[in-house]
Design a protein around this ligand. Structure first.
Ligand SMILES: Nc1nc2c(c(=O)[nH]1)N[C@H]1C(S)=C(S)[C@@H](COP(=O)(O)OP(=O)(O)OC[C@H]3O[C@@H](n4cnc5c(=O)[nH]c(N)nc54)[C@H](O)[C@@H]3O)O[C@H]1N2
Ligand SMILES: Nc1nc2c(c(=O)[nH]1)N[C@H]1C(S)=C(S)[C@@H](COP(=O)(O)OP(=O)(O)OC[C@H]3O[C@@H](n4cnc5c(=O)[nH]c(N)nc54)[C@H](O)[C@@H]3O)O[C@H]1N2
Ligand code: SF4
Ligand SMILES: [Mo]
Length: 693
């Protein structure tokens, strides 16, 4: 039997590990980490291995499906794509361009076929009703980058391998493998940091990352903004801002610091669960460290004050002199640029959502408003929906309301390999071929990496004749829609040609041949300061006091101390991938992982036994949960993973559907938003826990 070893980057998460894949007689038989990848150095996690499960999954769709009454029939690609294009165009012809909604999910950013071929399709569709997973994730980062540095992707990244002190808020990279900090094998990197300096983790739960940290600060969910304000107060009491390196390039620093100094922090302990002594100790240590960095991720973005938190984190790095500094936070300079000429700096408020009047951010509307835009009649109502690589029913707030809305659409088409909680509402499902059959280059994750790296992934196997890559589906849909709408359509060249062009335009001198000759990837060295010269603000200065954020800060000052009661937060497990990999046998074996963690004192107060089934209720509804006593969460905090709840009718996920566990986001409150950005406040949800009879 012929055996072959092939290499590519893992398409499953931000860590972009190099993989070594073994094929026997053309079949993928084993996967391990690519020891020769200079960046990931052989790291692999259970998800990487589960690519085999995805390849073999009998539930994975291989041909387009068309809904027929309560059932599905296979149709040809030609018919499916032509029909999708025609029906999308027909809805727009009858009801206007905005009657078409688009939702883009997270995996799009893991496939060059989507990264490159979605933008021209979206331009051709001309709808303002565009939504994506960005607004349940990193919008506060994009907003703060935009208003402070002038570009949504001028993103300072923690220089995790060279810092001596990392203050990490709302991130659990030991489980999630890092995000907006691409750092494969992060656990090793963090252990090395804790050995040479300090890693302080701020998290309501003693997470897997907190467990290996030098110190864990158990913050009250949603209390970060108060903690960060207090930290800035304490830092400025110790030392004037160390901003010599930014001379002449700072706008509004005094105004920002005055506004921050004016905030009354008398209730600090009650607001965030951390007292002034601890804050002062952290401030001293942060300032005393030779190089230090504050980093906040998902857990601080997906809460009510996500944008304020991300702004304060930038200011902490700035006033301590660690912004754009080796060992602090500094942007990457990828060979395919995502900032600078020819890229979209981002925008806010160019249009507003129809029902609630929420401002556009970077060309999209908050997905928390998607259900109401479909369900509320009137001019501009969404009547048709295109989804690509998204599962908003499980991943966005109030999934029950969204699925009811989806059921009322005139037409829906989903580009997705599964018939799942979301795509079951479509009339057509267009399943892309395996990523392993496609060209790939990580345009975004190379740009967010903690080193300058580049790696091209070649197709490892040919796609079967009856399959289509993401890029072919997107291109085909563009052509079909244009034909039906009577508009011109200029297709992009195929991926290799397009990427070659992008590389040349990037001007790094590294061309596609150089990448093809380096199957394990190329290391271009550590990060270097570049933020100051790359600022894209009008005056080329860092905007320390963006009016939008000062307004939000003023509003915060009027907020009373929040009442007691239970607050719900999420968690990720190393064997999960948002909502969509629970069908992979090797990710669901072992003990169940869907439990609601509750502090024993809260269990005692509610009279619920450890292990019992209980009802968890929010303003949006109630779900049944299996509780587990845990001292990893403090009293008042309960913790549930998202991405469960597969047991919905008509879902074709045989293994996932058997799993216990309801969907966190059935409880999600679509009105709970981070104000400045419109990002959903998924964490810190007010809930109550009740005994079940
Ligand atoms: N409560 C709570 N909710 C959350 C989060 C949380 O922490 N707590 N996390 C949020 C975050 S960070 C994110 S990014 C979002 C994710 O939100 P989504 O991206 O909407 O959801 P996913 O669960 O990632 O679903 C991905 C979909 O893509 C499909 N897919 C997989 N591979 C491919 C492919 O190659 N091509 C195509 N076309 N489709 C593919 C899968 O079948 C699935 O339907 O969820 C958010 N929701
Ligand atoms: N195994 C696995 N890996 C993944 C994913 C996955 O689903 N599974 N998803 C991928 C995606 S799309 C993303 S965006 C990244 C996310 O990666 P991370 O940004 O690291 O997000 P999480 O792992 O969810 O960790 C968020 C932490 O925030 C904490 N938290 C919740 N509320 C608060 C709060 O109010 N304040 C503070 N300080 N902390 C809070 C939670 O307890 C949790 O430990 O992971 C990626 N990698
Ligand atoms: S850490 Fe992420 S990139 Fe690496 S193997 Fe696991 S899923 Fe793939
Ligand atoms: Mo995400």
């Amino acid at each position: 039997m012929s055996e072959q070893t092939r290499f590519r980057a893992c398409p499953l998460c931000e860590a972009i590990c190099g993989l070594e894949l073994r094929y026997v007689a053309g079949e993928l038989s084993a996967i391990r980490g690519d020891a020769n990848d200079p960046f990931s150095r052989g790291h692999i996690c259970p998800k990487g291995n589960a690519l085999i499960d995805l390849e073999r999954d009998p539930d994975r769709l291989r041909r387009p499906l068309r809904r027929r009454g309560g059932d599905w029939e296979e149709v040809s690609w030609e018919d499916a794509i032509a029909e999708a294009g025609e029906r999308l165009a027909a809805v727009q012809r009858a009801h206007g361009e905005d009657a078409l909604g688009v939702y883009l999910g997270n995996p799009n950013v893991h496939h060059f076929g989507s990264i490159a071929y979605l933008p021209p399709l979206l331009r051709a569709l001309r709808t303002r009703n565009r939504f994506s997973a960005s607004s349940v994730d990193q919008w506060p980062h994009q907003l703060v980058n935009l208003v402070m540095y002038g570009h949504q992707w001028l993103l300072p990244i923690p220089d995790i391998d060279r810092t001596n002190y990392c203050l990490m808020l709302g991130a659990n990279p030991v489980a999630s493998n890092g995000s907006l900090m691409t750092a494969p094998g992060i656990e090793k990197r963090l252990k090395a940091l804790a050995a040479r300096g300090r890693l302080v983790v701020v998290d309501p739960r003693r997470s897997e990352t907190a467990a290996i940290a030098s110190e864990h600060l158990a913050i009250r969910p949603g209390g970060d903004v108060w903690f960060l304000l207090a930290l800035l107060h304490a830092m400025l009491a110790i030392s004037p801002p160390r901003v010599d390196a930014y001379a002449g390039r700072l706008a509004g620093l005094d105004a920002a610091l005055q506004a921050i100094a004016a905030v009354d922090l008398a209730d600090l302990q009650a607001r965030c669960g951390i007292g002034p002594d601890t804050v002062q100790r952290i401030a001293r240590a942060f300032l005393a460290a030779p190089r230090a960095v504050a980093y906040g991720r998902m857990g601080v973005s997906t809460q009510r004050h996500g944008s304020l938190c991300q702004w304060l984190i930038q200011l902490i790095n700035l006033v301590s002199g660690n912004l754009d500094r080796v060992g602090g936070a500094l942007p990457n300079q990828p060979i395919v640029p995502v900032t600078g000429p020819g890229t979209s700096p981002g925008s806010r408020g160019r249009w507003h959502s129809r029902v609630r009047g929420l401002p556009e951010l970077c060309g999209e509307l908050p997905v928390a408003a998607l259900a109401e835009e479909i369900a509320t009649p009137g001019p501009g109502q969404i009547r048709a929906l295109l989804t690509s690589a998204g599962n908003p029913v499980l991943s966005t707030p109030n999934g029950r309301a969204l699925e009811a809305a989806l059921a009322g659409l005139d037409f829906m088409v989903s580009i997705d390999p599964y018939l799942n909680e979301t795509t079951r509402h479509a009339q057509l499902i267009l399943p892309p071929a395996s990523a392993l059959t496609q060209y790939h280059y990580d345009v975004y994750f190379n740009a967010f990496a903690v080193r300058r790296v580049a790696r091209l992934s070649l197709p490892l196997a040919e796609r079967a004749a009856e399959q289509r890559g993401d890029w072919e589906i997107l291109s085909g849909l563009g052509a079909a829609h244009a034909a039906a709408a009577g508009k011109p359509w200029t297709p992009l060249p195929p991926p290799r040609e397009l990427l070659a062009h992008w590389l040349n335009a990037g001007g790094s001198g590294i061309d596609i041949a150089a990448l093809e000759a380096a199957p394990h990837g190329i290391d271009l060295g550590p990060l270097e300061p570049s933020l100051l010269r790359r600022l894209q603000t009008e005056d080329r200065c860092i905007q320390c006091a963006p009016p939008l954020l000062l307004e939000a800060l003023a509003a915060l000052r009027a907020e009373p101390v929040e009442p007691g009661g239970l607050r719900l937060i999420g968690r990720r497990h190393v064997r999960s991938n948002n909502s969509w990999m629970h069908n992979a046998p090797r990710l669901v074996k072992g003990k169940p992982r869907h439990h609601l963690l509750v502090h024993p004192a809260d269990l005692a107060a509610t009279g619920i036994a450890d292990g019992a089934r209980a009802q968890l209720r929010s303003v949006s509804g109630a779900i049944a949960v299996d509780v587990m006593a845990s001292e990893d969460v403090g009293p008042g905090t309960v913790c549930l993973p998202h991405g469960f709840g597969h047991g919905r009718e008509g879902v074709r996920l045989s293994r996932a559907a058997e799993l216990e566990g309801a969907s966190y986001n059935d409880l999600g409150d679509p009105l709970a938003l981070d104000g400045p950005s419109g990002n959903a406040a998924l964490n810190g949800l007010r809930v109550s826990l009740e005994r079940l009879a």
